[in-house]
Design a protein. Structure first.
Length: 236
């Protein structure tokens, strides 16, 4: 399906990752415009990108004259404009539950581990790389403990976070599990999260959205915005 959509993205941005999943689930083609978050101090801080997104974060979705930052707003926009297949349930309670699960990840786990935060605790409080990594793991564990309980104890959890078709919550879950593995978070205490992640991994929409399959993914040891160096600020 042709769409004319443009996604400003960085291959390892978990926020961009979740938008790519949503686009793929909708069957929407899009052009990727890579914004390297490390090179030359971070391309997100350059005037050309600041004109697109003054927050200097990725992702940004451009749909004609519509320019949208913020991954959650983008996903809901896509769901309203392209309602099939739906990424939010039809009933109010279901929609609220999916939003709650999504926001637990996108608003409570992810921002605390954003590289701007890591940079600040390093520069202001002297945290070294090991302490920054422990900070990341602490907040992932705190979030996953709550998320596992919410998923495992609800009759509304099915093959996916909500029911038996993928929703916005799954689009948020999978990138966070990816990050947890990168930060070597022990995941044995979260069987429901791991089961859902494995189900999602079997779907092309999720597989094609993975960082390593993106056109801007490096094929060498070039710097990554997931490094803990101070230059890596601006991850969306």
């Amino acid at each position: 399906m042709a769409s004319g959509l443009v996604l400003y993205s960085y291959w390892r941005s978990s926020a961009a990752f979740r938008v790519r999943i949503a686009l793929n689930l909708k069957g929407l083609r899009y052009e990727t415009r890579a914004v390297h978050l490390v090179r030359d101090g971070g391309e997100q801080h350059g005037a050309a990108y600041v004109a697109v997104n003054p927050q200097e974060l990725v992702p940004t979705l451009v749909d004609g004259h519509v320019v949208l930052p913020q991954s959650m707003a983008i996903i809901e926009y896509l769901d309203e404009k392209h309602p099939q297949p739906p990424l939010l349930p039809a009933d109010a309670a279901g929609r609220a539950r999916v939003r709650a699960l999504s926001q637990l990840i996108a608003c409570d786990i992810h921002p605390i581990g954003n590289l701007r935060v890591l940079q600040q605790i390093g520069s202001q409080f002297g945290a070294d790389d090991a302490q920054k990594a422990e900070w990341m793991r602490h907040w992932v564990v705190a979030g996953f403990q709550a998320l596992e309980t919410m998923l495992a104890h609800s009759k509304d959890t099915g093959h996916f976070c909500h029911g038996n078709t993928p929703t916005m919550a799954d689009a948020c879950l999978v990138p966070q599990v990816y990050n947890a593995r990168r930060w070597k978070v022990p995941l044995g205490d979260y069987p429901t999260i791991l089961r859902i992640d494995a189900v999602c991994a079997g779907l092309d929409a999720f597989h094609e959205a993975t960082p390593e399959r993106q056109p801007d993914a490096p094929h060498s040891s070039e710097p990554s915005a997931f490094s803990l160096s101070p230059s890596g600020r601006g991850l969306g």
